[in-house]
Design a protein around this ligand. Structure first.
Ligand SMILES: O=C(O)CCC(=O)C(=O)O
Ligand SMILES: [Fe+2]
Length: 359
């Protein structure tokens, strides 16, 4: 199996060779220094359990969700079913993984042409400026059994590479399982989003399909000598339906773009972030925004984050929900299939993949 020949950021640092040119952004690509201070975004925290409650509180949560997702495209979520200890464990395990000796981590290296595994930013062209990030990417397939009378259920079917699961099922895999059992089982997010648009609560779920994927990326951003010129993750919007994000508990870095300006994400204990991905933007006919976001680097501190991309089944046709196409709001997007493949083609060229879906 062929593995990419590029060094990870940790290896670049360990080699003592200094900062390679390939990580440096020139002032033409970013007008301000990347580490210029930015204001904090003002997004509400919603209570996930209340989201599906028929009470007045439930309606208030839906209205907060609607307002956050139609303006910022991202919301903070509390009462997500994961305890503080559970989340703490995830950060600890992620740290432990990246602290393993290089040879050990290389056993899980990403193969060329695959996203799954340990490695650096995916390199698709010679002139691509590299992101200051090392990652471990795990792909999971889920089976949503729509016939369950007690509601929809997610079941871990298998990972694509079983060695990850034998290695991680007692550690990082627990995190994925935790999401499935605690969080996604009742499909709060997709149902809540549908309800907040006054749609039938299953309409996004139906498009999401029975064979959804959940791809989790454990990210390490080592301290960086030039935060003014080097970026952790370049500006992008996610190709998922939606993304669950656990930003570092202490170290800032994640920023969202709104009306041409960058804002930093708040760090609030015990909450996670959920952002809209391109596929919900398409399904909602553009009402919910898939926000452009980036991660800046830090000179002194390392940063850890975990992003879980919730992706519709590969054979699903994704298109605007009929009820959201009206005379005053004509259909904005074509029907797309296998959106994630198209996504990667566009992403490293610095183009927004969702543009390919515009009518
Ligand atoms: O590190 C973060 O906080 C966000 C990472 C991110 O945007 C991504 O992995 O798509
Ligand atoms: Fe992202």
């Amino acid at each position: 199996m062929e593995k990419p020949k590029f060094k990870t950021v940790q290896e670049v640092i360990a080699s003592g060779e200094g900062l390679p040119e390939r990580y440096l952004h020139t002032p033409t690509t970013e007008s301000q220094p990347l580490d210029a201070p930015v204001p904090e975004m003002d997004i509400p925290a919603i209570d996930l359990i209340l989201l599906l409650s028929p009470s007045e509180y439930g309606r208030q949560e839906l209205s907060k969700l609607h307002s956050a997702l139609s303006t910022w495209g991202v919301v903070q979520v509390m009462n997500h079913g994961m305890t503080e200890a559970f989340l703490e464990n995830i950060y600890e395990l992620t740290k432990q993984f990246f602290a393993l000796p290089t040879e050990e981590k290389q056993k899980y290296a990403r193969e060329i042409g695959s996203i799954q595994g340990y490695g650096n930013d995916m390199i698709l062209s010679d002139d691509q400026v590299l992101d200051w990030i090392d990652r471990l990417y795990l792909t999971t397939t889920l089976k949503i059994n729509v016939n369950f009378t007690s509601g929809l259920r997610f079941q871990l079917v298998s990972g694509k590479s079983s060695y990850f699961y034998s290695m991680f099922k007692k550690s990082l895999g627990l995190y994925i399982r935790g999401f499935i059992e605690e969080f996604l089982e009742h499909c709060f997010v997709l149902k809540g989003m549908a309800r907040s648009l006054e749609l039938d609560e299953n309409c996004f779920l139906d498009m999401y399909g029975e064979n959804a994927m959940m791809d989790t990326r454990f990210n390490l951003y080592p301290p960086c000598p030039r935060p003014d010129k080097v970026i952790g993750v370049k500006p992008h919007a996610d190709g998922s339906a939606f993304t669950l994000l656990l930003p570092d508990k202490d170290v800032e870095g994640l920023q969202f773009l709104k009306d041409g300006k960058w804002y930093k994400a708040p760090i609030v204990p015990d909450t996670i972030l959920i952002n809209v991905g391109d596929q919900i933007e398409i399904m909602s006919n553009g009402i919910y925004k898939s926000p452009v976001h980036r991660v800046v680097t830090n000179r002194e501190k390392e940063r850890i984050s975990v992003a879980t991309f919730c992706v519709p089944g590969a054979d699903q046709e994704i298109q605007p929900v009929d009820a959201l196409v009206t005379k005053t709001r004509p259909r904005l997007y074509k029907t797309v299939k296998k959106y994630v493949e198209l996504y990667f083609e566009y992403y490293q060229q610095g183009r927004r993949p969702i543009e390919a879906a515009l009518i």
